[in-house]
Design a binder for this molecule. Structure first.
Ligand SMILES: C[S@@+](CC[C@H](N)C(=O)[O-])C[C@H]1O[C@@H](n2cnc3c(N)ncnc32)[C@H](O)[C@@H]1O
Length: 273
């Protein structure tokens, strides 16, 4: 998992490694403090995950498949466009949070930008009302491979009929929706980070986010690294894009927003009152 906590844990473990090699009683106290900090940092995400609702059984099967899949082989065989890791999945904790948001606002129409293996897609779809009224989730994804991988798990969870996976560059799909699709109650942006600005602007300027709707944006802490900590970021372009994106949203009088420290950061955005 690549989160601010994981990055801090890596730093603390590295300091522990240095101190373990050093002799002397003054380093013993520092070492013990760092070991406690490492236990705290290392235990938090698994605890949050274990303490949050688990979703339908098919979700755990999909999470297991995501974790054990041969991603290196899929990339080598050119089945996926990126060097994927299982950490790309928002996982159970964040997925269950987003599903609860959908339930709390009684979302009927949902858009996800960047689906990957569909763990969050499945969580949200499972939370949509089953009262026979129009409901559904459109998930945008550039790689067809993920659509095929997710399909049996969506079917097992009984939500395949309400999930519409659209394969292709997500910005083109979002632009095509502007003016043709009804507004969405919940939108989750989680695709290429350098594209966030354009996804956001297209959505906000086209009325795709319903009045009272919620726009959630993932990875907005991006390892909690400001630009000066760029060497800790896996992708400096993503770090710069997300720093600029956060400022853009914060300066935007059309919306109110709050950055939540869930995993790698989730920004909650709504139209201004
Ligand atoms: C971080 S993963 C999404 C994780 C997923 N939302 C979840 O909650 O588990 C990002 C996904 O966006 C997809 N993606 C990247 N660039 C894209 C683009 N331009 N258009 C559509 N999908 C894209 C990637 O293939 C990847 O599957």
């Amino acid at each position: 998992m690549e989160t601010p906590l994981a990055t801090a844990l890596q730093l603390v473990r590295s300091a522990i490694g240095s101190l373990e090699g050093a002799a002397g009683s003054s380093s013993a106290g520092a070492l013990q403090s760092l070991q406690l900090a490492a236990a705290l940092l290392g235990g938090l995400d698994p605890y949050l995950d274990a303490s949050s609702s688990r979703g339908p059984p098919a979700l755990q099967a999909l999470i297991d498949e995501t974790e054990s899949h041969d991603w290196a082989g899929a990339f080598r065989d050119k089945k996926v466009s990126f060097e994927v890791t299982s950490g790309w999945s928002a996982g159970n904790y964040e997925g269950s949070f987003i599903a609860l948001v959908a339930r709390a606002i009684k979302a009927k129409r949902v858009l996800e930008v960047g689906m990957f293996t569909g763990t969050t897609t499945l969580c949200i779809a499972d939370s949509l009302p089953k009262d026979g009224k129009v409901r559904g989730l459109i998930a945008l994804e550039i790689d067809e491979y993920f659509k095929h991988l997710a399909a049996p798990f969506f079917a097992k969870a009984g939500v395949a009929d309400i999930i519409d996976v659209r394969v292709g560059p997500a910005l083109e799909s979002v632009q095509a929706m502007a003016g043709t699709e009804e507004p969405f109650d919940l939108i989750f942006i989680d695709a290429d980070k350098t594209g966030y600005h354009d996804y956001y602007e297209t959505i906000m300027s086209s009325g795709l986010l319903a009045k009272g709707g919620v726009l959630l944006v993932d990875n907005t802490l991006y390892k909690a690294s400001k630009e000066q900590l760029g060497h800790l970021q896996l992708n400096a372009d993503y770090g710069r894009a997300l720093t600029a994106f956060n400022k853009h949203v914060n300066d935007d009088a059309r919306v109110e927003a709050s950055v939540l420290p869930i995993r790698d950061g989730v920004t909650w955005i709504m139209h201004a009152k």
